[in-house]
Design a protein around this ligand. Structure first.
Ligand SMILES: NC(=O)c1ccc[n+]([C@@H]2O[C@H](COP(=O)([O-])OP(=O)(O)OC[C@H]3O[C@@H](n4cnc5c(N)ncnc54)[C@H](OP(=O)(O)O)[C@@H]3O)[C@@H](O)[C@H]2O)c1
Length: 293
């Protein structure tokens, strides 16, 4: 296997690279802008918005499979730069999917639960998409382009959690810091997800690269939790008090895009395909992460 990993410098990409290292996988690691090495793999910056550069780099890479995690992945960034979000998330993904199809190799495209509106959870793969954000809308379009090829697979991931392996902290890192220092932090009591750790997501995705099922797959966690419940359980796990944690409503934020209430994913299709793949509870997933420092 000669795996092309896009977004290798991102949060999920770093977990994937670390897993590839432990499995001695041959990986071509593409970043967006970042240079240097990550887990011993050289990062090659390729701008997905540059079609010529993308096609050239793909030919040079000559991969046997693609895991495509690169994206403008923050809702606020996509809202602020919708044209760029479309170039990267939609057109870049469409070209990559086409290049992979022409090379007759499978592509695993990472999508999101944000393709739904949050009103009809739990969501199954065939449910109608109805994004409330620019980010979600670009992901819906990207899925359409990828699914034009039956050899490609779209994996919709839920909210991911875990400490950052990059120099950019995640919200999870900020939450841990706030809990440890008893700094006040507001968490939504009325926004539900089926969270999965970066580690479990990375391991599960890599097992799919051997025989990708094609079509759409929901890869959510086993529990439906509000963000506030996640915070409470994280505090208990760390042995910190949770008095500085405030339960807030998602409607309290003056956000320009509405926030979906419940994006819980029904992952029974994936679980049927990957019964031996571990599916740990929130606490068991936390125990797998290195949260000591
Ligand atoms: N994190 C979550 O909770 C979550 C949940 C569901 C789905 N997802 C999906 O999972 C994937 C990874 O998310 P993440 O949280 O790891 O995102 P991230 O940390 O923001 O990483 C994004 C990656 O995309 C690269 N990238 C950005 N613009 C690019 C461009 N123009 N050309 C090429 N590469 C570019 C970045 O490279 P540089 O940093 O080098 O510029 C980085 O490697 C995304 O597709 C996202 O939609 C994430």
């Amino acid at each position: 296997m000669r795996l092309l990993l896009t977004g290798a410098s991102g949060q999920l990409g770093s977990y994937l690279l670390r897993e590839c290292l432990s499995q001695s996988e041959s990986v071509i690691a593409w970043s967006g802008r970042r240079r240097g090495q990550s887990f011993g793999y050289p990062l090659r910056p390729i701008d997905l918005a540059d079609a010529d550069a993308l096609a050239r780099a793909f030919r040079e890479a000559a991969p046997s499979a693609v895991v495509h995690t690169a994206a403008l992945a923050r809702a606020s960034e996509c809202r602020g730069e919708p044209r760029r979000a479309e170039q990267i998330n939609v057109h870049g993904t469409a070209l990559l999917a086409e290049l992979a199809e022409r090379a007759k190799i499978p592509l695993l495209h990472i999508s999101t639960d944000m393709v739904f509106d949050g009103k009809h959870a739990p969501y199954r793969e065939g449910d109608t998409t109805c994004p409330l954000s620019v980010y979600g809308a670009t992901k819906v379009e990207s899925e359409r382009a990828v699914l034009a090829s039956p050899r490609h697979t779209v994996v919709r991931l839920p909210l991911l959690f875990g400490p950052s392996l990059t120099d950019r902290p995640t919200f999870f890192d900020a939450q841990i810091k706030a809990l440890r220092l008893s700094e006040s932090i507001g968490l939504f009591y009325d926004e539900w997800r089926t969270p999965l750790s970066f580690l479990v997501a990375a391991r599960s995705l890599l097992t799919l690269t051997d025989s990708p099922p094609g079509g759409v797959l929901h890869m959510g966690g086993p529990e439906r939790l509000s963000r506030f419940e996640m915070g409470q359980r994280l505090a208990a796990f760390l042995g910190c008090g949770d008095r500085a944690m405030e339960a807030i409503s998602r409607n309290d934020l003056p956000d320009v895009e509405p926030r979906p209430a419940d994006l819980s994913l029904d992952s029974s299709h994936w679980r049927g395909l990957s019964q031996r793949q571990p599916w740990p509870s929130y606490e068991a997933a936390l125990a797998q992460l290195n949260l000591t420092q």
